[in-house]
Design a protein around this ligand. Sequence first.
Ligand SMILES: [Zn+2]
Length: 356
Amino acid sequence: MSLIEDFLTQFGFSQELIEGVFAKPGATMPAIFLAGGYNVNEYYKMTGVPAYEIVRNARHLIKSQMNLQYKFKVDLLTCLVDLNIMSESFGAKLYYDHDVLPMPNKPAIESLDDIDQLEIPDPHKDGRMPVIIEAAKLYKEKYKAKSSLIYGGYIEGPITASSNILGVENFMRGLVTNPDLIHKLLDKVTTALIEFGNAQLEAGADAIGIAEPTASSTCISPDFFKEFAFPYLKKINRKLNTPGTLIHICGHTQPIIKQWIKIPNTFIISVDEVDLTKTLETIGNKFIIVAGNISPITLLRETPETIELITKDIINEVGNHGKFVLCPGCDLAPGTPEENIMAFLNAGRKYGKFPI
Ligand SMILES: [Zn+2]
């Protein structure tokens, strides 16, 4: 077994998945999901348990995630809920709804001058962090032995979490007007994110995904990525007690791929709006898996026939390159028709047999 296969086995990759990652003849191109909002909404529709209760109750939360796995038989599940976990733990207020994930309502601080008021939260006590940790524990105790999936815990990326703590507008302004204080904030938040990620790993998560959409080139320039995102993502990946992470950055990311793949211990990049051929070329011989990049809007709005064609095009574009998994570019939107999700997965099975 090669070192890389050994490394993937450590995460719980099945032999079938490993062969798919290496594009071995007879294997199939793997397909995975990032799904949180979709699961919570589906679980609400199925059980009547409101979304605000699902996201605050580990038992409901893990069931909502596992239902997706039972239904679609995906191999990797990211227990992605919403991207306000860290900001809420720092004191931000959210708006909780009955059918969808909570949304930001009031940031934890109004100004960078208040940064010293921020206390680093305790992952076992503050906000909904204990719920996410408990969900990882329930996965390990109740589901792990019975399923072949890889359960990824998750944390927000430092830019995404910090911008929700300070408010996105204030954060973006601060990048230009007060970079020193922004670094101070990012440093504090990074410490909290590492503790939260390690607590999930300790509780039973097989791996960690980092969701960092606010660091995309849709939101900040590649230079700002270099100064404000890269060093903190690097620190997180080094300090998490896992050999590698999945980093998800949706939106436009072509200008930062080169930097992104230099973040140590990054083993899956989950991409959205990129040119796959260029991205795979940039990665070259490095062992980094690309997950992408069917738009969740396409999955929500298009017909199964169109989705089949788009998925087929992606498979043909990537061909026998390997180190690629089919994946929506972001969290599946609530209400995405089941037949569309099946069209995506079935197209993977139909056209993704190697050699392509
Ligand atoms: Zn996303």
